[in-house]
Design a protein around this ligand. Sequence first.
Ligand SMILES: [Zn+2]
Length: 97
Amino acid sequence: MATDYDAPRKSEDDSESIEALKERVPSTQSGAGDVEDSDNPTGFELPGADLSDMELDVVVLPAQQDEFTCMSCFLVKHRSQLDHDGADGPICKECAA
Ligand SMILES: [Zn+2]
């Protein structure tokens, strides 16, 4: 008797909690997943993907707008360290000295 009563009750509880989860998950994602939706519908791997994207951006970008790449030492320097623009490109103060 006890087993008969317990089994259906358990499965009912399970289906109820699953349905409750199904109802809650979409509303939670619609709030937090706005930005993530364009890239990744699941939104689960995004924190990692975002980081690698940012790292890639830093590596790919040769210089920011207020920076330049010295054509002598090929280091990215701030504009304040620009000595002059040579024939091949900008030259930093260290190389011009
Ligand atoms: Zn230099």
